[in-house]
Design a protein. Sequence first.
Length: 182
Amino acid sequence: MLEKIGGKIWNLLSRFIIFMVNLLLTPFHKKLTDEQAEAFLQFCKFAIVGVTNTLLSYGINIIVLLTCNANGILQKNDIKTYVADTIAFILSVIWSFYWNNRYVFTEDADAKKRVWWKTLLKTYAAYSVTGIGLSFLINRVFVTMLGINEYLVLIIKLVVSVPVNFLINKFWAFKQEKKEES
């Protein structure tokens, strides 16, 4: 039941997005080809999953911090935030994996044959690279070295990390391994 509703929502959203993009392209006498539309939709779906993932992560962080504060658990703020971040990261990547596996990276005919746990581990690796590694690098360059405002750098991190994360997930984490024929 929930799967049918989710499928219908993705379908309606997809049609709406393509309609809006084609509407924006009309003054230029352009229209997306079916292939371009499919690639663009896949990225949009990935971005939507990312937004829900961010909201979920934020919510989990708040719940963990409130729970710790209410119960006097983990009195040191730095440890408390590390624990909250870790729990949020673990759960939000599972969330992201589920939706990306189910609705975003489904173009392969063999997508249903993926080894789920390998793909999940690769997903954790991809989010670690972009969410931790790339984020640290961007902070180091833009905030520390160039002195750009940290709030502005949050936007730069999104602009850089979302496409990089998409490419890593599309071409590595969710890519079906080809079996060699003997």
